[in-house]
Ligand binder design. Structure first.
Ligand SMILES: [Zn+2]
Length: 324
């Protein structure tokens, strides 16, 4: 930094020009949305695929997926990505495929990396749907705390002007609808990865958007999620027999069964190992060190998520053992 300061311009006109250029650069960084490339997975269905790993300044918050379905009359969007500029970029990507109106955005869940892009879709006239359990996110203080963290970590893509958008329609449970000749099933499968998890099936194409119920090819983020119900939700998803699975993170799966198996195996293993430790009253640190993680340790996000997942699961199983 010091060396760079030493080369700053010193003449007044040069200083002004430098500041103008700097402001333009910052402004451009704020407004500019990276170009996203839609991947077509079925006749009516596309998605954009975020980078692996956690949201960071390096990936501009682009670490999650969002999908869209082009019907005869309109576009239905599933999830809206993790920053307002990414929402604009997603809308621009949709416009490279279709100019039909975006009627609705269905959120799989209210996690920051899936809904901060909503303002662009509200401005385009879309109606936002989410499950009713997501309301608690806004009243509990969780939304505000996460926004403060994102303003720090994802500036300038998330900043003081970033507005969180609540759903226009809070769903009570499962629902189905027909839109432009296609049949959609929206299934409530929470609380699992979050309290308000939804899956969306596009029946004609055999595609299921499953949000973060499945993390394709990587260690899922579990934290203190209810992994018992999560496993039950995976069973419900398997019962839909999807041909193609579009997950919240990672590549879409044409071999849906294999991806279901990975998340299911991981959750089952976490619960078995941490459950044994709770039963034997072994402290968490010791239990974690003793556990053989080699089955999962080469997967993406293992380093970032595994210890947090194990600790959350340890606490969950302590509660379960007390009958809570
Ligand atoms: Zn999530």
């Amino acid at each position: 930094m010091v060396r760079r300061n030493a080369s700053l311009p010193t003449r007044p006109r040069a200083v002004v020009a430098f500041l103008v250029a700097l402001l333009a650069l910052l402004g451009a960084g704020h407004a500019a949305a990276q170009a996203l490339t839609p991947v077509r997975v079925a006749e009516h269905v596309w998605y954009v695929r975020g980078d692996p790993g956690m949201a960071s300044a390096a990936n501009r918050g682009f670490n999650s997926n969002a999908g869209f379905v082009v019907t005869r009359d309109s576009v239905v969007v599933i999830d809206a990505l993790g920053t307002p500029p990414l929402g604009e970029a997603l809308l621009a990507a949709i416009r490279t495929v279709s100019d039909k109106p975006v009627r609705r955005v269905i959120l799989t869940h209210y996690h920051a990396d899936h809904f901060y892009g909503l303002p662009a879709f509200k401005a385009a006239g879309a109606e936002v749907w989410a499950h009713r359990a997501g309301r608690a996110y806004f009243t509990s203080g969780e939304a505000a705390a996460r926004l403060a963290q994102r303003r720090q970590d994802l500036f300038p893509w998330v900043d003081d002007t970033t507005r969180l958008v609540e759903a226009d329609r809070w769903l009570d449970g499962d629902t189905t609808f027909e839109e432009g000749g296609l049949h959609f099933q929206v299934r409530f499968v929470g609380p699992a990865h979050s309290s308000e998890d939804l899956m969306v099936s596009v029946d004609e194409d055999g595609v299921v958007f499953c949000g973060d119920l499945i993390f394709a090819g990587r260690v899922p983020f579990v934290g203190n999620a209810d992994s018992r119900r999560w496993l039950a939700a995976i069973d419900r998803l398997a019962a839909l027999k999807p041909k193609i699975l579009v997950t919240g993170h990672g590549a879409h799966a044409t071999d849906a069964a294999a991806n279901l198996a990975l998340t299911r195996d991981y959750l089952t293993y976490l619960r078995a190992q941490m459950g044994k430790a709770v039963d034997e009253m072994i402290p968490f640190d010791e239990a974690y060190a003793r556990t053989d993680w080699t089955r999962f340790s080469t997967l993406p996000a293992f380093e970032a998520a595994n210890r947090i997942n194990a600790y959350g699961t340890y606490l969950t199983l302590e509660r379960e053992s007390l009958g809570q």
